[in-house]
Design a protein. Structure first.
Length: 441
C-alpha cells in the first residue's frame, strides 16, 4: 500500500516524501479514501496511530480541489482539539503536509490574547485548528463566521468532554452549517461520545485501529524495575515466589526467547518458545501445547505472537518492553479478556525508560512500579509519567559507611503513585455533557 494508491495528489505526496513517510498506517489506509469520498467518520484511534495525517491529508486535498475561495473572517474547515498543545501540534502537521499547497491555515486557543487572532482571521483561513472555548468566543465577536464551513473534525473527542467542553460543543454545533462533513476521533467510546456522534455524524464509517481493551481496565498492570542482566533470574524468582500458573512471556529478540527458555528448562520449568526463526509447524505445536496446558510458560516475540488467540490467560509478562508502544497494548490484551481479571507485569531496566514513557503516553496512564526485594536495580529507571516526561535520573545513593548496600538501596523505593484510571467516570445524562468543568486550555 502506498500513499499514491490512496488517491492523494502530487503536492501532498511530495510533502510526505520530504517527511520520510513511506507507507500509510492502518488508520490512514482506512480514513483517507473515505474522507476523500466525502463520508463522515467515527474513528477509535489514539495518538501514535498516525490519525492526524489520516484526516489532515484528505482534508487538505478536498480544500485544494473543491469549494470557493475563502471569504474574509471565514473558515472552510475546522479542527477542534482539547488543548492548546494539541492545537499547535495538529496545526504544525497541517503546515507540514500542506507545505506545497496554496492554503492558509491557522490555530487559535485560549490563554493568550485574542486580538492578534482576530486580526489574523480577517482575511479568512482555509483551515482553522481551535480549542472550543476560544473558537466560540471568536464566533460570538464575529471574528469568525461559519457559513463556509464544509468540514469539521473533532479530535480527541473524549478528552474534550472530559475537560468540560460539552457546552461549547453544543454552542458550536448550533452555529455550524447542517450540510458538512464531520470526522470524529476518540480513544474511547463512552456513552456521551456515542451520543455526540449520534447528533453530529451522518451515516459515519466506523474504523477502529487499537484494541478496545486498552481502556478496559480489566488488566492490572505493574512495572518491576530491574537491572538488565538480572531479568531472567527475576522472572524465575517471581514464577516460584508468586506461584504463577500459566504465563505468556514476551521478549524483544529471538535470542532473548531462546535464552529464557534455556534458563527455565535448566531449572525444570516446562517451557516452550516461539519466534520467527522457528518453522510454522513448530510454532503451532508450541501454541497447541500451551493452550492444552501441557506447558507452563510460553515465551514469544511480538512477530510470532501476532494473531495468537489464547483466551483466559491470567498473566502476561514483558521480559522486555516492545519497541512499538502499540505492541504493549496488543500484548496485555492477551489477558483480562471477556470481563476476566488479568495481570500484566513488565520487567523494566534503565535502558528501556524511553519505551516505558512512550507506552504511558499511549495508554494515558502512569504505570505503577513495585520493586522486588533483592532485585532493586543498580541502574535506576528514571521516573516517568503519562505526559511523556522523563524525570532526571536520580543519583545513586552513596553507600553509608556503617551499613550494607541493601540498607542504602532501601531508601530508594520507587514512587507508587496509584495508576490513573484510563476511562474517566462519566455521568449518564441526556446530552453529551459529561460533568463538572475542569481546567481549560
Ligand atoms: P499521530 O498519531 O497523528 O499523533 O502521529 C504519530 C506520529 O507518527 C507523528 O510523529 C507522525 O509524524 C508520524 N506518522 C504518521 N503517519 C506516518 C507514516 N505513514 N509514516 C511514518 N510516520 C508517520
Amino acid at each position: 500500500m502506498t500513499f499514491a494508491s490512496l488517491g492523494l495528489i502530487d503536492p501532498l505526496l511530495r510533502a510526505l516524501d520530504a517527511l520520510g513517510y513511506q507507507t500509510p498506517t492502518p488508520v490512514q489506509t482506512q480514513a483517507i479514501p473515505a474522507v476523500l469520498a466525502g463520508r463522515d467518520l467515527m474513528a477509535a484511534a489514539q495518538t501514535g496511530t498516525g490519525k492526524t495525517a489520516g484526516f489532515a491529508l484528505p482534508l487538505l486535498q478536498r480544500l485544494t480541489l473543491e469549494g470557493p475561495q475563502v471569504a474574509s473572517n471565514s473558515v472552510r474547515a475546522l479542527v477542534l482539539v482539547p488543548t492548546r498543545e494539541l492545537a499547535e501540534q495538529v496545526h504544525e502537521s497541517f503546515r507540514q503536509y500542506g507545505q506545497f499547497l496554496p492554503l492558509r491555515t491557522y490555530a487559535v486557543y485560549g490563554g493568550v490574547s485574542i486580538n492578534p487572532q482576530m486580526m489574523k482571521l480577517r482575511k479568512g483561513v482555509d483551515l482553522l485548528v481551535a480549542t472550543p472555548g476560544r473558537l466560540l468566543d471568536l464566533h460570538r465577536q464575529n471574528a469568525v463566521k461559519f457559513g463556509q464551513v464544509q468540514a469539521l473534525v473533532l479530535d480527541e473527542a473524549d478528552r474534550m468532554l472530559d475537560l468540560g467542553f460539552a457546552e461549547e460543543l453544543r454552542g458550536l454545533y448550533a452555529a455550524l452549517p447542517k450540510r458538512r462533513q464531520t470526522l470524529l476521533f476518540s480513544a474511547t467510546f463512552s456513552e456521551p461520545i456515542r451520543l455526540l456522534a449520534g447528533q453530529m455524524l451522518d451515516e459515519p464509517l466506523s474504523i477502529e485501529v487499537s484494541p478496545r481493551n486498552v481502556a478496559a481496565g480489566s488488566v492490572e498492570q505493574r512495572v518491576i524495575p530491574v537491572d538488565k542482566k538480572r531479568k531472567s533470574e527475576l522472572f524465575l524468582h517471581l514464577l516460584r515466589e508468586r506461584r504463577w500458573g500459566q504465563v505468556l512471556v514476551f521478549a524483544k529478540t529471538r535470542k532473548g526467547v531462546d535464552q529464557l527458555c534455556e534458563t527455565l528448562e535448566a531449572e525444570g520449568v516446562s517451557v516452550d518458545g516461539i519466534h520467527g526463526d522457528k518453522p510454522q509447524a513448530t510454532r503451532l505445536r508450541a501454541l497447541e501445547r500451551f493452550k492444552a496446558r501441557e506447558v507452563q510458560v510460553l515465551v514469544a516475540t511480538d512477530v510470532a505472537a501476532r494473531g495468537l488467540d489464547i483466551d483466559d490467560l491470567p498473566l502476561v509478562v514483558n521480559l522486555d518492553l516492545p519497541i512499538n508502544a502499540e505492541d504493549y497494548v496488543h500484548r496485555i490484551g492477551r489477558t483480562g479478556r471477556a470481563g476476566a481479571k488479568g495481570k500484566a507485569v513488565s520487567l523494566v531496566c534503565a535502558d528501556e525508560v524511553q519505551l516505558l514513557a512512550a507506552i504511558e503516553v499511549l495508554i494515558r496512564q502512569t504505570l505503577r512500579r513495585d520493586e522486588e526485594p533483592g532485585f532493586e536495580p543498580d541502574h535506576r529507571v528514571p521516573q516517568t509519567d503519562a505526559s511523556g516526561q522523563i524525570l532526571k535520573k536520580p543519583k545513586k545513593p552513596k553507600k553509608p559507611k556503617t551499613t550494607g548496600a541493601k540498607a542504602a538501596l532501601g531508601r530508594w523505593v520507587e514512587s507508587e503513585a496509584p495508576a490513573r484510571p484510563q476511562v474517566k467516570a462519566v455521568r449518564k445524562v441526556p446530552s453529551f455533557n459529561t460533568g463538572p468543568r475542569k481546567k481549560k486550555p
